[in-house]
Write a protein that binds this ligand. Structure first.
Ligand code: FE2
Length: 302
């Protein structure tokens, strides 16, 4: 065999070998790399009721543009009433001065994989963003708060103050009524902090327990009347079922990452773990919970 032919032959063999190795690596590399990452997220989200999104430069740009406003919200004397549990939690509900397109101080609106997911999988693209909650925890959370019953304090410490958003307490009996219909809960860490720094807690799959319980409770009633119903008993029974049947999961994420929770998911916030660290900004997370539709879609949308 001439040298030229040999080289030609060996090049062909090399090319075949490389192609086999490449194909092998693509299929072995990770089974989920070859599947659309969006559908992976969708499967996790709809089955478990939540999903975490990897670091995204577009989302990080938003975090950088919004961080000064989040710090200003914490420092604003008008927000002093949000500092609770002996100064260990700044609840900061709707405290971020973002615009309805989610931008802050001339920055860009929220962008990134999680925003694409909300549009594609939740089919929510055109809505007004609410003013974000600036939720900040500090070491020692939760300390007892004056005026709070021992039972509530215990529930906060032992059950992470677990709740479903939008079911507000009303009247002297503090009975629960469905008053807010959030499309989703989007959590955006604003700074670095340890995983034990009062993480967001979810009970995986509890969204379907809640859906079934509320569908039964509201059966035969017009959606416009649902808010008038006292749903405390049905809610408490569903919550007990979720505690018994669902896995409790702690969620930690870093700036640039995000987590998304289903609107019907039972969720809460864990006590600060001994030794967990955060910087001077504490465990600062912005939460968006836009009102995207009415009661019927709140209950029945995927
Ligand atoms: Fe909540």
């Amino acid at each position: 065999m001439s040298t030229a032919l040999f080289q030609q032959g060996s090049l062909a063999i090399r090319s075949v070998v490389l192609s086999v190795i490449y194909n092998l690596c693509s299929s072995l590399g990770s089974a989920h790399d070859s599947i659309d990452p969006m559908s992976n997220h969708a499967q996790h989200f709809f089955e478990h009721g939540w999903c975490r999104f990897d670091a995204d430069a577009r989302l990080l740009r938003w975090v950088e543009s919004a961080l000064p406003a989040a710090r200003a919200a914490r420092a604003d004397a008008h927000h002093a009433h949000w500092l609770r549990y002996q100064g260990t939690w700044f609840a900061g509900v709707n405290a971020l001065a973002n615009h309805a397109d989610s931008s802050v101080d001339g920055g860009e609106p929220l962008q990134g994989e999680v925003i694409d997911f909300i549009a594609a999988e939740l089919e929510l693209g055109a809505f007004e963003w609410d003013r974000a909650q600036v939720s900040i925890c500090y070491p020692g959370y939760p300390q007892p708060m004056p005026g709070e019953s021992a039972g509530r304090t215990r529930y906060r410490r032992e059950r992470d103050a677990a709740h479903v958003d939008g079911l507000l307490r009303e009247g002297p009996g503090q009975r629960r009524h469905l008053r807010e219909y959030h499309g989703f809960i989007l959590g955006i860490p604003m700074v670095e902090f340890d995983a034990g720094a009062s993480p967001f807690i979810v009970w995986e799959g509890s969204q379907e327990i809640m859906r079934a319980a509320f569908a039964a409770r509201f059966a035969g009633l017009e959606p416009t009347q649902w808010g008038e119903e006292d749903i405390t008993d049905a809610y408490h029974a569903a919550r007990a079922e979720a505690f018994a049947r669902c896995k409790r999961v702690e969620i930690h994420a870093r700036p640039g990452e995000a987590f998304l929770a289903h609107r019907l998911l039972l969720h809460g916030m864990a006590p600060w773990r001994e030794g967990a660290r955060a910087g001077p900004d504490g465990r600062m997370i912005c939460y968006f919970r836009p009102a995207t539709f009415g009661p019927w879609k709140w209950l029945h949308n995927r």
